[in-house]
Write a protein that binds this ligand. Structure first.
Ligand code: HEC
Length: 701
């Protein structure tokens, strides 16, 4: 019944071509203002419609940035990953924080104007890979919009922070979640959801900004074949899948980049990986991988109706978790003497793509990292990858040491393009990964649904091997010339997953690092000019604004997201996790409170008494279901408890109460009783006991 009503609701606005949308905002943040942001304001999460994250402000520049100092800071109320870029309108900064909370500050003084908490149930944490993060809010008219981790789209009053309306946008009871920033398009709020590891069918949808009513919805992967397809593009896509893939969802979620281009009236967005990762487990037995459209693709739809316009699949046959969800930048490039309206994209798979914005036609695809081995290159005409046969691990049955790995050569941390230098600044990761099929895998109930055996990625308890592996995990800031397809300059980092980028007309590029520094470089040459110690790692991208003639630069600090290992290294609690909003201006002299001392811990595990069979079982369970939050080989960073230190480690009964029964589910540690038996859960404890003893022997803390 429910689905019939829904289908009808879908058809109506489509038939009317989106005419149902309420009148566009005429006051406050209008469409015109978003197209041409007033000088000094930052109205959309990426600063402008083209998603360039470039600011024309140049009061802070390469001559004086060394005088940049802390104007004010605000401590946030969670010690979790912070990924949002603040917005600034009319002297107020609007920012979302962990658990989808929203805060408004006086942008000049830092005084908190209001704070909103959607009260996301903490057990929802199990439906996200990478922490309870949120990447930003949208402003329109007199409202603020936020997508919540548990799938609601909420409209708030800009002045008071009071909820105006709230709509559940994910299917009821589903494992999908929202971490991305909504975008505003002609009176609509456009938003997708995350979940391509959790029984999810990807989609993007538009909602009336005044009422929250759905205007259109576009599914990125086909559904149950016994029901009519929701569009011709899905009939075509269904031919690229096999078996009963739709039972595990298919993936292709639209969890981050969404760009509206007024020139073409198209919305471009990237889609996530295919689900489960192992194509042989997408339905039936030993299925051959099809292209699995429209996963790992850029798709364009008509902004008014959501009708399919074109797609370009960056990673066909995805089995490496190669999301294409990164932000899409629109630009007019001078290519071989002709001006072309293009989109640019740097997905996880390591190639930088330039496509014709109107048609999606491939223009160029060049590597922005060295050492890509899942493909030997791209077809120069079509852009299709030449896939390395060894990378098809489910076909060979052998582990494949892939580069890039699932963290991606570039993930959601936003890149920026400066029209002044013509360069695109990409936060790059060098993170290889072992992919191995798990022939025994069956869909479960709780947590990740991958179909692979992740234990090949377990870092051995050997000092030299560990050091070598960690040394191989690095990052970089790469300045890439999209016209020549080559790297112009590069700043290497000792660890991956550094922050997003802001470039400015002051010949500056700002970026925070995983190691806890906020830095400024020259945009033309990559020379470091300034740095501020932020105490905790930075993932978020900065923004800039002016008030009363003074330019400010703001960034969120707070380590989290993927890879819960302090500063990207396999060291437990190396840095604390203090979440803050930091705001800088010239000649300010603010100081952060001194860092709290880290508690000195010693590893003191009970003796290992398990059997080899228990250890093997426990290792597999821990690796595939627990490590996503508690860290590789049970070494956790600053986000979730390091289980080697847990009081429950020597108390099997308490361990069962926590893991099996869900004693701590209100704090984000769900019950695993539907997925694992008490024996399996005990085996996970035995594995962690073993790991703790190994690390104690190595002298770890
Ligand atoms: C989605 C993230 C997530 C996953 C996956 C996860 N946990 Fe947790 N776990 C948490 C959080 C958050 C806490 C802290 C809860 C609190 O603060 O009370 C926690 C706490 C615990 C604790 C108590 C630690 C202490 O403080 O003494 C144990 C034991 C534990 N988890 C075991 C496991 C095991 C075993 C698995 C895999 C079957 C697992 N967890 C999977 C998030 C997770």
């Amino acid at each position: 019944m429910r689905s019939k009503v829904l289908a009808l609701a879908l058809l109506l606005p489509l038939a009317a071509c989106g005419k149902q949308v309420s009148a566009p905002a005429t006051q406050g943040v209008t469409d015109a203002a978003m197209s041409q942001p007033p000088a000094g304001e930052w109205l959309t999460v990426a600063g402008d419609h083209n998603e360039t994250r470039y600011s024309p402000l140049d009061q802070v520049n390469d001559k004086n940035v060394s005088q940049l100092g802390l104007a004010w800071s605000a401590d946030l109320d969670t010690a979790r990953g912070q990924e949002a870029t603040p917005l600034m309108h009319d002297g107020v900064l609007y920012v979302s924080t962990a658990w989808s909370m929203v805060k408004a500050y006086d942008a000049k003084t830092g005084a908190l104007k209001w704070s909103y908490d959607p009260k996301v149930p903490r057990a929802k944490l199990v439906d996200v890979c990478c922490d309870a993060v949120n990447r930003g809010v949208a402003l329109y008219g007199d409202k603020v919009y936020v997508g919540t981790l548990d799938g609601r789209l909420v409209a708030l009053d800009q002045k008071t922070g009071k909820e105006v309306w709230s709509k559940l946008t994910i299917p009821e009871g589903s494992h999908q979640a929202i971490t991305g920033a909504p975008r505003i398009v002609k009176g609509m709020v456009v938003l997708g959801s995350a979940g391509s590891e959790y029984f999810s069918r990807g989609y993007i949808a538009a909602y009336d900004a005044q009422t929250g009513n759905q205007v259109w919805k576009f599914y990125t992967v086909p559904g149950d074949p016994s029901k009519p397809a929701e569009g011709k593009h899905l009939e075509a896509a269904a031919k690229t899948w096999s078996g009963d893939f739709w039972k595990t969802g298919g993936g292709g979620n639209v969890w981050d980049g969404i760009t509206y281009d007024p020139v073409t009236n198209l919305i471009y967005f990237g889609t996530a990986n295919a689900e489960p990762w192992n194509p042989a487990k997408r339905g039936g037995t030993n299925q051959k991988a099809g292209d699995s459209l429209y996963t790992a693709s850029i798709v364009a739809v008509n902004a008014d109706t959501g009708a399919y316009a074109w797609h370009f699949q960056e990673t066909p046959e995805d089995r490496w978790d190669f999301d294409s969800t990164q932000q899409v930048i629109v630009a007019d490039l001078d290519l071989n003497g002709t001006k072309q309206h293009v989109i640019m994209h740097a997905p996880k798979n390591g190639y930088f793509y330039t496509l014709d914005a109107k048609t999606g036609n491939f223009i160029s695809g060049k590597p922005f990292v060295q050492g890509i081995n899942w493909a030997s290159g791209l077809d120069p005409v079509t852009g299709a990858p030449k896939i390395n046969p060894e990378a098809r691990y489910e076909v060979t049955g052998k582990p494949f040491l892939g580069f890039p790995g699932a963290i991606g050569a570039h993930s959601w941390t936003p890149m920026s393009m400066s029209p002044k230098t013509g360069l695109v600044y990409i936060p790059v990761n060098n993170t290889p990964q072992v992919y191995a099929p798990d022939p025994d895998w069956k869909p479960g109930t709780t947590g990740f649904q991958l179909g692979i055996d992740a234990s090949g990625g377990n870092i051995p308890a050997d000092k030299a091997v560990r050091a070598g592996t960690m040394a191989a995990m690095t990052g970089a800031l790469v300045a890439f010339d999209p016209v020549t397809g080559t790297e112009k300059w590069k700043v290497p980092y000792t660890s991956p997953t550094n922050g997003g980028i802001l470039s400015t007309a002051g010949n500056l590029v700002f970026q925070g690092t995983a190691q806890g520094e906020f830095r400024a470089y020259t945009a033309d040459a990559g020379k470091q000019l300034w740095s501020f110690p932020t105490q905790s790692g930075i993932l978020a991208a900065p923004m800039t604004y002016t008030i009363d003639g003074e330019q400010y630069v703001a960034v969120l600090v707070g380590w989290g997201g993927v890879w819960d290992v302090s500063g990207g290294k396999l060291v437990s609690k190396m840095t604390p996790n203090i979440s803050r909003l930091l705001v800088f201006k010239l000649n300010a002299k603010g100081q952060l409170a001194p860092m709290p001392a880290m508690a000195d811990r010693v590893l003191d595990p009970p003796p290992f008494t398990g059997t080899p069979a228990q250890l093997a079982m426990g290792s597999k369970i821990y690796t595939n279901s627990c490590s996503v939050c508690h860290g590789n080989v049970a070494v956790a960073g600053s986000l979730n408890p390091d289980l080697r230190h847990s009081a429950a480690l020597g108390n099997p009964k308490l361990w069962q109460q926590i893991v099996h029964d869900g004693l701590l589910s209100q704090n984000g540690m769900v019950a695993w009783k539907d997925q694992f038996s008490p024996d399996q859960i005990e085996a996970a404890r035995i594995y962690v006991v073993k790991r703790a003893n190994e690390d104690k022997a190595l002298g770890d803390k």
